[in-house]
Design a protein around this ligand. Structure first.
Ligand code: PNS
Length: 164
C-alpha cells in the first residue's frame, strides 16, 4: 500500500488545498493530511484540533483520505506512518526555493521519503490561508476561497477575534 502525507498548517484549509488533496488521493492508496507546526508562523486562527475537525468535515466523502496532526518532524511522522512520499502544492516560483530545501532536508532525515510537487490549479495560484484570513477580516465573501462546509466557522472565528 502506497501512503503519502500532505502536510501543512491549514489555518484554515482553502479550496487550493482541497484541489491538491483530491488530485493526490487519486495517485496514492492512502493520503494522510497532517496538520503540522510551522515554526515561522504565529498563533493561528484555529487550534490544531479545530483545523483537523474542519478538514475532516471537508474530506468526509474521500474514502482514502485521513486527517491527523503532529507536532514533531515530518520525516519522523512519515517513518511512523510508513509513507513513501510527501505531497506539496506549488503555487508560484516563489514557493519553489523553500520547498526544495525542505524536501532535501526531509530526505536527508528520512532517505526513504521523497517529495512530489504538484502544481496548483491555475485558478488557485493566488490563494493562501493568509489571504483567506485577510479577506475574512474585512468581511469579504469567502465562497470562492474556502470549502463551503467551513465558511461559517471562519467568519464566526474572525468575528469573535474582532470583538475580543
Ligand atoms: O502550510 P505551511 O505552513 O507551508 O506548512 C509547512 C509545514 C508545516 C509543512 C512545515 O513547516 C513542516 O514540515 N513542519 C514540521 C517540522 C519539520 O519537519 N520541518 C522541516 C524540517 S526542519
Amino acid at each position: 500500500m502506497k501512503t503519502a502525507i500532505y502536510p501543512g498548517s491549514f489555518d484554515p484549509i482553502t479550496l487550493g488545498h482541497l484541489n491538491i488533496i483530491k488530485r493526490a488521493a487519486v495517485c496514492f492508496d492512502r493520503l494522510i493530511v497532517c496538520v503540522m507546526v510551522n515554526s515561522e508562523k504565529n498563533k493561528g486562527l484555529f487550534t490544531p484540533d479545530e483545523r483537523v475537525e474542519l478538514i475532516r468535515r471537508v474530506v468526509a466523502k474521500l474514502p482514502n483520505v485521513e486527517v491527523e496532526q503532529s507536532s514533531g518532524l515530518l520525516s519522523d511522522y512519515a517513518r511512523q506512518k510508513k509513507a513513501c512520499a510527501v505531497v506539496k502544492g506549488l503555487r508560484a516560483v516563489s514557493d519553489y526555493e523553500k520547498e526544495v530545501q525542505m524536501a532535501l532536508i526531509n530526505r536527508k532525515l528520512n532517505p526513504r521519503l521523497d517529495t512530489m510537487f504538484m502544481p496548483s490549479s491555475a485558478k488557485y495560484t493566488y490563494l493562501s490561508s493568509s489571504v483567506v484570513k485577510e479577506m475574512a477580516y474585512y468581511g469579504a465573501d469567502l465562497t470562492d476561497f474556502v470549502p463551503r462546509e467551513i465558511i461559517k466557522d471562519v467568519n464566526q472565528r474572525m468575528e469573535d477575534r474582532r470583538n475580543a
